[in-house]
Design a protein around this ligand. Sequence first.
Ligand SMILES: [Zn+2]
Length: 111
Amino acid sequence: MKRVRVTCPQCGDIDLATTDLRGRICVETGQAEYRYRCAGCHQTAVHDTDTRTYEILTAADIYFEPWHLPAELKETRHGLVISHDDLIEFHNLVHNDTHFANALANLESAN
Ligand SMILES: [Zn+2]
């Protein structure tokens, strides 16, 4: 079984089996990271990888699961931008029981 040395932020250098590491890579940006649960402190550590580290880890048979950026990032935005004043007005409306009850009633009648 292949082993790799990683640096836990709490415990320092530790040796892990390559099966203890999970990697993922963003298809669009190429950013990759790996994670593991440290046997010493039982915390999950996540580390970004540079190209060299990625190549070393994949050469050690660590699988990097591909993932995509959220599709919402590609959406074209329409309408007005929500301002700070809009948020304050919304906050005041939500904290007014009468306005909140009316808004709920309007939502229920719309469905
Ligand atoms: Zn640790």
